[in-house]
Design a binder for this molecule. Structure first.
Ligand code: FAD
Length: 153
């Protein structure tokens, strides 16, 4: 039988030499329940940390939209000069790519993230060979991304 405990946290692990039980605490009441068990699979870290990239289009959860996931509204004026749509794995900023778990619609698996990274190289090669350039000038989107990143550290 599988029991799903919502609004609850694992707050303690108990055992002598190996895991024997865990404590699960209800957030609202603070009541802790002890559950006997021999193993715990901890699945955390599935939320994207993309707030520092406000210029890059994301879905409502913060996953970065790429390629055909970006609709016309998400393209904005910067794409007018590019005269093209985003390539696979290209974000709403021309020549900026996203792969792996952070990307909307990704498979959330190691092999998939590696494969996306390898596949994105084809799009990067295409952009490098385009006549359009996306210069690293002062005030460019690259500058703003870098200053956002630096302000986090
Ligand atoms: C608990 C758990 C169990 C899993 N089990 C499996 C499994 O059994 N099999 C499987 O295939 N997949 C599993 N996955 C999924 C797998 O871990 C991911 O799909 C994979 O790691 C994605 O790789 P990634 O490179 O996209 O992201 P990540 O591996 O998350 O790498 C992103 C890296 O970027 C760093 N980073 C983030 N923000 C910044 C920043 N601003 N500047 C610099 N660095 C930054 C992070 O610290 C991190 O090191 C599991 C995931 C979790 C959470």
């Amino acid at each position: 039988m599988i029991t799903i405990a919502t609004q609850a946290e694992v707050t303690a692990l108990h055992g002598a030499g190996w895991l024997e039980s865990i404590a699960v605490t209800e957030r609202s009441s603070g009541t802790a329940t002890t559950i006997d068990c021999r193993a715990l699979f901890c699945f955390i870290g599935a939320l994207p940390d993309t707030k520092w990239l406000p210029q890059v289009g994301t879905d409502e959860y913060g996953f970065i939209c790429t390629g055909s996931e970006i609709d016309d509204d998400g393209l904005g004026t910067r794409w007018k000069s590019a005269s093209r749509r985003p390539l696979p794995f290209e974000t709403s900023i021309p020549a900026v790519f996203a792969v792996g778990d952070v990307r909307k619609g990704s498979m959330k698996r190691v092999a998939a993230a590696i494969g996306e990274g390898a596949s994105a190289v084809a799009s990067a090669h295409t952009v490098v060979n385009l006549p359009t350039r996306y210069p690293l000038t002062s005030g460019s989107h690259f500058d703003r991304m870098m200053s956002s990143a630096q302000s986090r550290t």
